[in-house]
Design a protein around this ligand. Structure first.
Ligand code: CTP
Length: 395
């Protein structure tokens, strides 16, 4: 049960109704949520809706009769672990950037020492107005945080930047900022995820069943713990995670090039990708036509990226993955030695409901000092958490 408190400040924009869903999502994650509404936001959504979802009295008016003896804007400002302004209008951005505190919402933002996260949403021309942009820049310099609005069709009918991002995305940013452990702050972490693809002709390829979920979970865990993360990902269906530099690749060679560019600059490198070991010896420029005979294709070895990294390694902590169907520990130990790894995360792919496209994983982590850490079956994000707990313990 999280005991953290998020103060959600709702301003008067058409996206105010989406703030209801943000509050609902945060409540489901067990945060204490208090809502402050600007006077104009109550024209769009009723305080009762926010009260029902947050299960707390909603504050709209600075001069409401206090329910207890406390100065509300100060007590909420102190209670906050994070303040989220959603949607943040040009008006509130302008007010805070210029030190104006003239209602409950703006006084509470001015009075808090907690991190403040703005989620702007407004018409494109308003958002791109240099005055608004200057105000955002100024607030960022003071340490206020912003979620970039997305682009698309706006409520007013215009197309362009200014849409409130997905409510799931907004709540993910909040959860990440409030994450308990920030032990990777200052670290540069490189993660690979997903499969690679070996093309055969313009329409055919070989690849594998990797969903990318494990690698993405690791990248997200690293980001949540404060690291600067680069994720090199093969083709997969997962959304680009926020706050992570994502480099999309297709082939082994593309992954190799992307990883090598980042490697020297990284502190920790985690290779969760399922890299193809073979590529077609001859790529056919034209589509291969069927015939009555059987088809024989020859594949040749492709680069072992992790092995190359092991050879180049200086101070980096290097972590590999091993998907095994037999002799799990023996094979994993050999790979630690062959590829000069610090750790290997080994999973038995014969286990049901774990591994490849599943949300759970059952792994054993081995170190180059012969330690063996057998984990229970757990969600991939939890496996990532355990992996970093281990790295933290060993540093
Ligand atoms: N790896 C890599 N380049 C390859 C193959 C694998 O970088 N060409 C990395 C994977 O990202 C993973 C680890 O090496 O971290 C897996 O090693 P390994 O098990 O050797 O790959 P497999 O291809 O599964 O090896 P084997 O067929 O021998 O089990």
């Amino acid at each position: 049960m999280s005991s953290k408190t998020v103060i959600v400040c709702v301003c008067g924009g058409i996206a105010a109704y989406k703030a209801l869903d943000v509050v609902s999502r945060l409540k489901k994650k067990n945060y204490n949520v208090h809502v402050i509404m600007s006077k104009s936001s109550t024209e769009f959504v009723t305080p009762l809706s926010f009260q029902s979802l947050s299960q707390n009295q909603v504050i709209c008016d600075m001069f409401e009769e206090p329910k207890a003896f406390e100065i509300q804007h100060i007590s909420l400002a102190k209670k906050a672990d994070l303040m989220l302004i959603v949607p943040a209008t040009a008006n509130v951005i302008g007010k805070i950037a210029n030190g104006i505190a003239d209602d409950m919402l703006s006084t509470t933002i001015m009075a808090t020492k907690a991190p403040v996260l703005f989620a702007p949403a407004m018409n494109t021309n308003m958002y791109m107005n240099p005055i608004v942009q200057d105000n955002i820049k100024k607030l960022k310099q003071y340490g206020y945080k912003f979620i970039e609005p997305s682009s698309g069709r706006l409520a007013c009918g215009d197309e362009g930047i200014g849409k409130l991002p997905d409510t799931e995305y907004i709540s993910q940013v909040v959860i990440s900022l409030l994450y308990d452990i920030k032990d990777m702050a200052g670290k540069k972490i490189l993660v690979t995820a997903g499969p690679t693809v070996s093309p055969i002709d313009p329409v055919r390829f070989i690849s594998n069943r990797s969903s990318g979920k494990m690698g993405y979970a690791i990248a997200e865990e690293a980001r949540d713990r404060g690291a600067e993360v680069t994720l090199v990902s093969g083709p997969c269906d997962l959304d680009a995670p926020f706050g992570i530099k994502l480099i999309k690749v297709i082939t082994n060679e593309e992954m190799y090039n992307a990883v090598l560019l980042e490697f020297d600059n990284s502190d920790i490198v985690i290779k969760a990708a399922a890299v193809a070991d073979y590529k077609a010896k001859v790529y056919s420029e034209n589509k291969i036509k069927k015939s009555e005979n059987s088809l024989v294709l020859e594949f040749e070895r492709d680069i072992d990226i992790l092995k190359t990294l092991g050879e180049r390694k200086k101070d980096q902590v290097l972590i590999g993955f091993a998907a095994e169907s037999n002799d799990l520990l023996e094979n994993a130990k050999k790979k630690i030695a062959n590829k000069n790894l610090d750790y290997i995360v080994a999973n038995d792919i014969t286990e049901k409901d774990t591994g490849f496209s599943s949300n759970d994983n059952l792994v054993t982590i081995l170190s180059n000092h012969g330690e063996i850490f057998k984990l229970e079956k757990m969600p991939k994000k939890a496996v990532a958490r355990e992996l970093f707990n281990l790295l933290n313990r060993k540093r």
